[in-house]
Design a protein around this ligand. Sequence first.
Ligand code: 0YR
Ligand code: MG
Length: 370
Amino acid sequence: MKITSVESFILHVPVTGGGIADSTHNISHWGVVGAAIQVEGGLTGYGFTGTHAYLPGDQLITRCIDTCLAPLLLGQDARDITRLWQTIARNPALQWIGRAGISTLAHAAVDVALWDLKAKDAGQPLWKLLGGQVREKVRAYNTDIGWLSIADDALVAGAKSAVQQGFTGIKVKVGSTVERDLRRLTAVRHAIGPDITLAIDGNGKWDLATCQRFCAGAQGLDILWFEEPLWYDDVKGHAQLARSSSIPVALGEQLYTTDAFAEFFAQQAIHWVQPDVTRMAGLTEVLRVCDMANAFRLPVAPHAGDMSQVHVHLSYAHAACAVLEYIPWIQHCFTDPALVVDGYFRLPQLPGAGTTPTVDALARYRQPVA
Ligand code: 0YR
Ligand code: MG
């Protein structure tokens, strides 16, 4: 499986309702920034990272793929996934300019493309290649009803309608004011009843004192987890919050390395583990985090199911995975989309990682790589 070409691409796909906001971001499009890797014989693997569709930034990632990573891959055997991961992640020149950041996002796209190739070559969906189905169903929780930009009435209506559609879990964004967020969550909990799981996501906005005040007020709401309550890299802050509140702490969507997760594990600063193959250096690195979570007896809830596609395969095949996020913005862009039926992710069917874009998506959403 000799690699004959590596080509980058950028897609900008509109999000729900023309635009959404969480506590820290306000976006209209999702960026699918990726690589198509072809091998002798013509088989092509696809992988991508996710961005907020900031074109100059996206073009730094594609330039990294084309000029830094492609030369390390051309002529190599695509089946040597771990060796190639090491070649890129431990390349002396590359690691000097970024052990995290653009280089990792570019690496994510490439690593996933190699997994896609390996599964296609085997004629199997990735979950099969990862060792097979360890659970019958992967439960989805709906984040798309819970944006901070959604007005109170619409939030409650959306939560109810998600439950009617079969979702057994939802997530609501917080990080405006403690009073407003508690009011919204109380209304939502009342509307959905006690049996639906309710998680919240602060996207790193508040400081420790605000989080503690919020958690004291949220005691009766049966919150499944408080996600990214504090700044993403703040290990000791999350450890303090985890000790001082009974609401479990979730995080990981903004962590780039296994080392970063290891520090949160060691300091008991995390309860729910949320790695992302589009943020870390691909599935190769996320598998290490999932294994580590397993050893610490912590559940994994990978970030954004349909927005990585790969997380659906991972969640079917890895023992540590418990539940998976649903944000349907880009699912229509793939040939084997990560669909949710009656609140559960459909088992992927086609050979590969589910990352092959449709011809239509490539034509409709494509942006210039430079
Ligand atoms: C929008 N999911 C998240 C989106 C979402 C973010 O910035 O990227 O809210 O990915 O936190 O858990
Ligand atoms: Mg989040």
